[in-house]
Design a protein around this ligand. Structure first.
Ligand SMILES: [Zn+2]
Length: 205
């Protein structure tokens, strides 16, 4: 492609000398890459949303958005003021569409299933959000800061509580950011070999 000039698409960056359309393609690529964690996993994610080698927008839409009646947590992931990246990550996890190790193994990959956050348990969405000791620690920190106590460490129970109680916009935004930063931390450990402490993540959120 003339824009890439032989360079890797997955390393492409936005450039004011390129068209608005191309820069939006790069931004979308960066979002998928950030959620998937690596180019290989991004390709897998996109392949899962393709039919006959053609990308199917409907499949991607369906994979991140329920076609069933409105779910109780919809106002949580669609919170006003929530960063689109955080909403996207939240939607992916609520639909169990993140490329967690158990999901990849189910798709036929041969991987050792070990949680990168606690290194003690196997990884699935249920574990990361929030049965993992690392995640629980972060959730507790956020609860203290937000003045909330969580009756469970189950993502769906917490999400339902946020939906049913009169949670503030700030609380919902922080909770979605917690999901995003946890997934980001997991990817940084696996793909970049970089680790952050729970307290550092709390400050970032
Ligand atoms: Zn863990």
């Amino acid at each position: 492609m003339y824009v890439l000039k032989g360079h890797d698409f997955w390393l492409a960056t936005t450039n004011i000398s390129q068209s608005w359309y191309w820069n939006n393609v790069v931004k979308m690529k960066n979002l998928v890459l950030e959620i998937a964690g690596s180019p290989a996993q991004a390709i897998q994610l996109l392949e899962g949303c393709s039919t006959n080698l053609k990308y199917n927008t409907r499949l991607m839409y369906d994979s991140v958005r329920s076609c069933s009646p409105q779910v109780s947590w919809h106002n949580l992931v669609n919170s006003k003021g929530c960063h689109p990246k955080h909403s996207f990550a939240g939607m992916m996890v609520m639909h169990n569409a993140l490329p967690t190790i158990d999901n990849l193994v189910r798709r036929g990959l041969s991987l050792v299933n070990r949680c990168a956050l606690c290194e003690a348990c196997s990884e699935d969405a249920h574990h990361i959000f929030f049965h993992c000791s690392f995640s629980r620690h972060l959730l507790n920190n956020m609860g203290i800061w937000l003045g909330l106590s969580f009756r469970s460490v189950s993502l769906f129970t917490i999400a339902q509580d946020f939906a049913s109680r009169r949670s503030t916009c700030r609380q919902r935004i922080c909770f979605m950011a917690t999901i995003y930063y946890l997934w980001n931390e997991r990817n940084a450990r696996i793909f970049k070999g970089v680790e952050s402490y729970v307290d550092n993540l709390s400050v970032k959120i």
